[in-house]
Design a protein around this ligand. Structure first.
Ligand code: FE2
Length: 202
């Protein structure tokens, strides 16, 4: 993968999403239209710089690619090593998950009357180009895992806040909740704003 071969794809996505949010859409419209934009972004696998694709043997990685200046949204690359998965967790803000490379399973959970968390329907398998939407009002609790035990998978997630700083929760299957602030795996962000090469192009 060439470094930043097509930085304009992420730049265009950020611009289009900010414009969409500027219009104060209802959450359902935002997820629908934002999902289409994200689907376009993840239908090409030629723009994510290598530094944000590197797995860690210990745990999945969450690299911040962009944070909106008003923290209205953030964009991250999730990098799954072979067989890696998240704990059961929530988000508390809207979310869009777009599959870029490989595949992943997202298993929804719902509280049963006795307080335990139970699987809600079958796991959704995301393939490259697919997008799943999450809403705090309907399907906020899930567990995500790499569909492959022998290769890396990467998905691009968009959330309605600076997700690494959001106070949210991870859960035990018995429903026990623990405070979770995810942070990010990287200290530096990709530079998608150097337009000199594009400006010099004929
Ligand atoms: Fe999640």
């Amino acid at each position: 993968m060439t470094q930043l071969r097509h930085p304009e794809r992420l730049r265009a996505f950020i611009g289009a999403l900010a414009e969409l949010i500027d219009g104060n859409p209802r959450e359902s419209d935002l997820l629908h239209r934002g999902g289409k934009l994200l689907s376009q972004l993840v239908s090409h696998d030629d723009w994510l710089p290598d530094a944000y694709t590197i797995p860690d043997p210990a745990r999945y990685q969450q690299f911040l690619l962009h944070a909106d200046s008003r923290q209205r949204f953030s964009i991250v690359s999730f990098v799954w090593g072979p067989g890696q998965s998240t704990p059961i967790h929530d988000h508390r803000v809207w979310g869009l998950i777009g599959m870029l490379r490989g595949a992943e399973y997202s298993q929804g959970f719902a509280r049963s009357p006795d307080g335990r968390l139970e699987r809600e329907g079958p796991a959704i398998r995301l393939e490259p180009g697919h997008v799943e939407a999450l809403s705090p009002r309907s399907n906020d609790v899930h567990q995500v895992s790499n569909a492959f035990s022998d290769r890396v998978s990467i998905s691009i997630h968009v959330y309605g806040a600076n997700i690494g700083a959001v106070k949210r929760a991870v859960y035990e299957p018995d429903g026990t909740e623990k405070l979770f602030i995810s942070g990010y795996s990287n200290a530096f962000l990709p530079n998608i704003w150097d337009l000199s090469k594009e400006s010099k192009a004929p």
